[in-house]
Design a binder for this molecule. Sequence first.
Ligand SMILES: [Zn+2]
Length: 299
Amino acid sequence: MTYVAAIDVGGTTMKGGLVARDGTILHLERRPTPRAEGPERVIAAISRFAADLSRPWDGSGTPSPVVEGARPVAVGLAVPGLVSPTHAVFSAAFGWRDVPAAAFADVDLPVALGHDVRSAGEAELAYGGGEAHVLYLPIGTGIAGAVVPSGALYGGAGGWAGQIGHVPVWPDGLACGCGQSGCLAAYASGSAVAARCGVPGAEDVVRLAAQGDARATAVWAEAVEALALALATYTLVLDPAAVVIGGGVSQAGDALVVPLRARLAARLAFRPAPDVRTSRLGPLAGLLGAALLGWTAQG
Ligand SMILES: [Zn+2]
């Protein structure tokens, strides 16, 4: 069986896997991202992960259809920030600049580097049963978007397209880590809703709101309203058929999409709202996207 090695580098966890052409994940492994230890340590950890996944399979990890002694044909790496095909150009979260792809994967296999959210968007297109005109919107520690205006991802003039998390939703609103104020992410990212309620994660806010906690209810409602505002703008400009929400906050399910559908529809007076749903690929979209990168390297 032919397969690629794939690594999806997140802010807290790296997912690595061996993935077949049809998207079947033959092997899956999670390792912590040593982000607090600085960019050099993160790069070294990714490189070690790539080397481990590129080794001939030793027959461990049963049941696995990977044949003992087999190797992947290529490596696909998905990382956050601004990414070119040859370099991780910049990431505020990791503090790196102009890291060449070879620094992440020093292996004797073809290596392809790509942007995490855009790669996950490619996986949604390939495996998620997605529409041709879609916005893929992972909501996790931050909020980004993969803009698919017509069956193919749009990166923009400088690769900055899809920064929906930093669309201003309220003038003079909360300060955002990016330097602007009133950004969507300051109200609706997983880290923002958790911090505003003083709890560890967005799932705690959802649980408290379901129990009738006033603060959690207000914070969650404001997050939904901020999303509705940003998505109304996006919808009016690009007319997507669907908005597909991924990332950790998508685990909220109906507690997110039911009120969001209603608020988005209420914000759009003269046109119907696009469908809003959670990703069918869930948290593995990034890994499958990294695998698609690997296939492009393999040719
Ligand atoms: Zn911002």
